[in-house]
Design a protein around this ligand. Structure first.
Ligand code: PLP
Length: 424
């Protein structure tokens, strides 16, 4: 194995962390197969990224060779422009937005950063002078976009990871207009926020609401009007589109979005750079496919997830996070006393199963999950948190394989706990 592959790697806070194999990990204790052929692997990390949908792959293949630049006025340029605008229409239709207010970006991270602009207002209202983010936001929101560090406040969440509305009211009280950013569904727990209620609180205080809908889009209905969101971010690769494409969606009257990438006048001057034509067209295809399939896919994922959780619960002491609040149908985040997530991820991987620790890793170090920390979860449980997330290709057989691996792992864990052996 190359040094790079062996060493810890940072793939963003929403991916499986490849960690340096701890010297004492000894995964052989599970009598694991050395490797599992890729075609028999079970992928349970759909919140990190989803495979391409066939419709998106077909769109990519069909449009890679589009020669024109969408900004050119000749026929080739107009053909490229038509593809971009068709995708913009698809996204606007899916979200109940106006196509003119869809800004294509290089992904969800850029869409979030672009959405967090100081000075933003609606129809000339007081410009947003400061930013409030919930404590469980994705790193791309916690980074604060273009706001200065000193102008950012954090709104706490309760034990289920739901934003504390009284604390939010208190933060907003008597201050100049704020931009507030709250995600619709959390990438680790799947917990769904009461966004429309939060929007009312924010609007009453004269503020604006940005919603990171990146995990929710395609799994539950997302409509900007019903959510009462002022701005909303989505990302193609979470719904079966290609990686590296996303969008920030504004609602009518929002002014002052300041381009973070400046240059040409693309995207109505709000995001410079020649558009990723094939990627955007594939995003549009994925949107249409995901929205059409959502009712059936979500119901199927919920059934599988529930079966998975019932099986995992056979391990005494297993704790499931955000279980009693509305959650995405595909996500489960759990822990157990004595479980060590980074080692468990490797053990599952050797069993042919891809899942994720509930922790973020950066610069080669596994960081405890800031989401669970904000929920007040004990450090011992945080270090054992495992996230399993399903998708439209998930099947009963995947759940069987995962539960079988968990049966082995949890047996070793129980034995280790009894004898005081090193923990998984
Ligand atoms: N926000 C949330 C909730 C996410 O889960 C992710 C994905 O990791 C992002 C933002 C970033 O999106 P992208 O990977 O497209 O930059």
């Amino acid at each position: 194995m190359s040094q790079a592959a062996d060493s810890a790697a940072f793939f963003g806070s929403d991916t499986v962390c490849l960690v340096k194999r701890p010297k004492a990990a000894k995964p052989q204790r599970l009598e694991l197969e050395a490797t599992t052929p890729m075609n028999s692997r079970v992928y349970l990390d759909w919140n990190a990224t989803a495979p391409l949908r066939p419709e998106a792959r077909a769109a990519l293949a069909a449009h890679w060779d589009v020669a024109g630049n969408p900004s050119s006025i000749h026929a080739e340029g107009r053909a490229a422009r038509a593809l971009v605008e068709a995708a913009r229409d698809a996204l606007a239709r899916a979200l109940g937005a106006d196509a003119r207010n869809v800004i294509f970006t290089s992904g969800g991270t850029e869409a979030n950063g672009l959405g967090l602009t100081p000075g933003m207002s609606r129809n000339g209202s007081s410009p947003a002078k400061w930013l409030i983010v919930s404590a469980i936001e994705h790193a791309s929101v916690l980074a604060g976009g273009q706001f200065m560090r000193g102008d950012i406040a954090v709104a706490p969440v309760d034990g289920d990871g739901i934003v504390d509305r009284d604390a939010l009211r208190a933060l907003l009280h008597g201050k100049p207009a704020a931009l507030v950013s709250v995600m619709l569904a959390n990438n680790e727990t799947g917990a769904i926020q009461p966004i429309a209620e939060i929007a009312d609180i924010v609007h009453e205080a004269g503020g604006l609401l940005h919603v990171d809908a990146i995990q929710a889009f395609g799994k539950i209905p997302v409509a900007v009007g019903e959510l009462k969101a002022d701005l909303l971010s989505v990302s193609a690769h979470k719904i079966g589109g290609p990686k590296g494409v996303g969008a920030l969606v504004l609602t009518e009257g929002i002014e002052g979005v300041a381009a973070t990438i400046r240059g040409g006048g693309q995207e109505r001057g709000r995001r410079a750079g020649t558009e990723n034509v094939a990627g955007i067209a594939a995003f549009g295809a994925a949107v249409d496919a995901a929205i059409a399939a959502m009712p059936a896919e979500s119901a199927a994922m919920a059934n599988l997830r529930n079966r998975l959780e019932s099986g995992l619960k056979r391990h005494p002491g297993a704790v499931f996070f955000s279980e009693t609040v509305p959650r995405l149908p595909n996500t489960t985040l759990f822990s157990a006393p004595g479980l060590k997530a980074e080692t468990a991820v490797i053990a599952f991987d050797l069993e042919g199963i891809a899942l994720s620790s509930g922790s973020a890793c950066s610069s080669g170090k596994v960081q405890p999950s800031h989401v669970l920390a904000a929920m007040g979860v004990a450090p011992d449980l945080i270090q054992g948190a495992l996230r399993l997330s399903l998708g439209w290709q998930s099947q009963d057989a995947d759940i069987d394989r995962c539960l079988e691996a968990w049966r082995k792992l949890s047996g070793v864990l129980r034995k280790g706990n009894e004898t005081g052996l090193e923990r998984f």
